[in-house]
Write a protein that binds this ligand. Structure first.
Ligand SMILES: Nc1ncnc2c1ncn2[C@@H]1O[C@H](COP(=O)(O)OP(=O)(O)OP(=O)(O)O)[C@@H](O)[C@H]1O
Ligand SMILES: [Mg+2]
Length: 195
């Protein structure tokens, strides 16, 4: 049975699709990987003809339990409340990307409420994304994060052109900084899975 890695946030534009894609592409040489695109508006699906990993439509998800994929990455659209609880129950790891502003961190709350209702052990990971150079987390952000009681990834993902171009360039393999961040995040996910 595959490990299911869900990327979600009720807010749009935080980097869900970008991180999902890059994490999946990064693991493709070591494991059998696919992406399921739950976004009916299509986003990653628009790149499926160029993608080095299969990008499958939402309706395929129910068949994947019995598949020989090692990792199934699930990309979600924003505002997915009902369906999200079910997806959280299925997920082995839940990645919640966010920008590093005070209002951004406050906006994670509604997602965390849904994640906390899901069954099983706590497996969510907040990932700071689009982090500008020389940014450190302010005290207000640290206090807010400690209220959430959810693990925060040590790896922060920078705001880099390599990421915004990644879907057209088969990931970020040719950018050292971006690649090392995706590597770091992958290792943190594998640690949560005890792999
Ligand atoms: N680390 C990054 N560095 C630079 N640009 C980024 C980074 N992460 C995401 N982006 C850009 O930010 C925009 C939003 O990213 P993305 O589409 O991945 O967000 P999303 O959460 O999937 O959005 P939606 O909720 O609309 O599906 C895109 O233009 C993407 O290229
Ligand atoms: Mg998206």
């Amino acid at each position: 049975m595959p490990y299911f890695i869900l990327t979600t946030h009720q807010k749009g534009g935080v980097g869900k699709s970008t991180l999902t894609y890059n994490l999946a592409v990064h693991l493709k040489d070591k494991a059998k990987v696919c992406i399921v695109d739950m976004d009916v508006q299509g986003s990653l699906s628009d790149f499926k003809d160029f993608s080095p990993v299969p990008i499958l439509p939402a309706e395929k998800l129910s068949e994947l339990n019995k598949s020989d994929f090692d990792f199934v990455f699930i990309d979600t659209p924003p505002y997915l409340s009902n369906k999200l609880t079910e997806l959280c129950n299925l997920a082995n790891v839940i990645i919640i990307p966010t920008k590093a502003g005070v209002f951004d961190v406050l906006a994670i709350k509604s997602t965390i409420e849904i994640v906390n209702k899901s069954k099983g052990e706590k497996k969510a990971l907040i990932v700071f994304n689009m982090v500008k150079p020389n940014t450190s987390l302010t005290d207000e952000i640290k206090v807010q994060l400690s209220n959430y009681n959810i693990k925060v990834a040590q790896t922060m993902v920078s705001d880099l052109v390599a990421f915004s171009r990644s879907a057209l360039h088969n990931g970020v393999e040719d950018n050292k900084k971006a690649l090392s961040q995706i590597e770091g995040l992958t290792n943190e996910i594998l640690t949560i899975l005890s792999i």
